[in-house]
Every structure is written in C-alpha cells, then in structure tokens.
Design a protein around this ligand. Sequence first.
Ligand code: FE2
Ligand code: FE2
Length: 295
Amino acid sequence: MDIHKKLRELEEENLLLGEKLVENFLHTVDVLSLIVEALERFYETSHSRFVANKSAELAEKLQLGPQEVFEVHTAALLHDIGKVALPEVINSKFIPEMSKEQYSLYKQHPELGRQMLLRHDGFERIARIVGEHHERIDGSGFPNNLRGEDIHPGAKIIAVVDTYHNVMFRRSKDRFSIGDSAPARYGANFLRDTEVRYGQIISHLRNKSNVLYNPKVVEAFIDMVEIERKQLGMAQIERVAINNLRPGMVLADSYYTTYGLLIASRGEKISDKMIATMMRLSDSNELPPRILILM
Ligand SMILES: [Fe+2]
Ligand SMILES: [Fe+2]
C-alpha cells in the first residue's frame, strides 16, 4: 500500500471535514442571528448587525488578529440572544421603566446567552464574550461585577458600540436611555434630536472612559463615528436599480420584507448576500426596483 497516497487521502478528507465544520458553524450563526433579529422591533435599525459590523471594524482598528475579529463579530451578532428567553414585556421596556423583578430578570440575559451558545461546539470563546458584554471596567456591570483585565477585550468593544446604538437608535415613545426627553422618531425635530442624542452619547462615553469603558476603545470608536458622520454629511442620496447595486454601497433607508422582517438598515453597507436577497425579493415585487443609496 502506498502510505504517501493514503496520507494524502486522509489529509484531503480532514480538509473537507474542516470545511464542512466551518460551513456548519457559519450556518448555525446565520440561523441564530435571524432569531435575534426577530427580537429587534424595538429598534429603528438592526441592533445586532450594527453592533456586529462596528465592533468588528473597531477590533480591526485596535489591531486584534483575524480570528479575534471574527469572534468579536460573531459574539456581537449574538450578544443579546439570551433575551429570547425573557418575557416580551421586559424586552419592550427601557431599564428605568422596569420593576425590580423585571430588572433582575433582564440582568440574566448575558448569562442565558452564554449558556445557550455553550451547547454548541466551537462557541466557547464567543459564549464568554456574550456573557460579559454588560460587565464594566469599574466592576459596576453585571452579571458578575468583573473588573478591568478580567473582562474579555471583545466584550469591552461590544460594551461601547452596544451603548451607542441603544442611545441613537432604540425606539422611544417619549424617552431614551440616557434620561432626557426626546420626541417620537418621525417628529418634526427628528434631525435636531438625532444631533442631541449624538452629543449626549459622545459626552457619556468620554465622561465614563476609564470608569465604565476601556479608554482605548472609546477613543478609537469616537474617531470612527466622527469620520463617518463627516462622510455622511457630504453624501447625496441616489436611486440605484437593484441590478446595479454593488457590495460596499451604503443604504440611505431601511428595507423590510412584506412580513416586516428587516433586510437591511439605513447606514448599513451592502453585502453580496444582501444583493442576492434584494434581487429575489424584487422579482416577487416585495421591494421597489430602485433602492436609496448614499453616494
Ligand atoms: Fe445586552
Ligand atoms: Fe444589545
């Protein structure tokens, strides 16, 4: 028997098995993230996708390796998966509106998420990040009051992006998370109120840098959003036919299926997968033939 040939065959088999495992893993993440998105009707744009994309960008900016960036992205996509196990009445509320019992249940969602993900091989590090996304460096976070270096670097990144998105894009009747009042989403003063929210969240992050949040993460994140806001301020909106969409273009509006499932959020970069979904939906008249794009 040709031992070399046999070894080569084994090697190929292993490679194939490796690819299958990766494919399997990505498929699982995909299904889980759809479940998470179904919880997100309390946001104006996809919370999990925003937190995932920005956290991965931030992780790259902070020079984490490709494997770590991938883990941060996946953990951010699934960071609130534990909320699936909470009653809707809790998920629809802001923290100040919760009763004491509701708040203590709410504080279990990182641990619930961690345990859910640990049931699947290969999710160990991702599960840890998910379990720590509400920990804060001064030990005031939950569920375990971890401090500084005890918190996974990925969880410190998600903490900042998560807080930012909650303040900027969480739907509110007459209130948003940092305390002051804000009118409804489509009120006449919406643009000015977005500016107010933005000012508040940036000063919150600066004030709590090195208290709640890692200072390097805060600094890199503020840099990133300021650059993006400048670019958006200069951008113009154009209607682009679906078959002319290209990966990397930025959406100027959010798009939903007829059943209300979010396809893509305002401000999100278009991916190949998104284009394929949009083409399919436009064929069945579920989407307009032209999409609003920032140019
Ligand atoms: Fe959370
Ligand atoms: Fe969140």
